[in-house]
Design a protein around this ligand. Structure first.
Ligand code: FES
Length: 117
């Protein structure tokens, strides 16, 4: 099982490292969670965030997911599971469970996303 790790992060979209997130469909890696977090902009004011810790075999040290080179899905090279970049849901096994989601809230005034659990 993917471990519970407390997450309480504020992502300032004015920072250059998060500039991709200023467009809908943009994504970024964020440090935190169990093996790092992926944040994705679904709409003008809705973001998804989920852990990079693969759900197939959570004890496997190689089980960490990356966004593919065309930014269309997320993959664990360990055993080839694929997940939707949009929300971390499973596209292709062996993983049976979605990537572990975190809550998000976005403030348009400050251009900051809060990621938490
Ligand atoms: S640990 Fe990720 S697919 Fe098996």
């Amino acid at each position: 099982m993917v471990p519970y790790v407390p997450v309480d992060l504020y992502i300032n979209l004015y920072l250059p490292s998060y500039s991709n997130l200023n467009a809908i469909g943009g994504w970024a890696y964020v440090s935190g969670g169990s093996k790092g977090i992926i944040i994705y902009r679904q709409t003008a004011d809705v973001f998804s965030a989920y852990d990079r810790h693969c759900t197939h075999n959570a004890d496997n040290p190689c089980g960490s997911v990356d966004v593919d080179s065309t930014s269309t899905y997320v993959e664990c090279t360990c055993d080839g599971s694929q997940f939707q970049l949009y929300d971390g849901l499973v596209i292709k096994g062996p993983a049976a469970f979605s990537l572990k989601p975190y809550r998000t809230s976005y403030s348009l005034t400050s251009n900051v996303v809060h990621i938490y659990n």
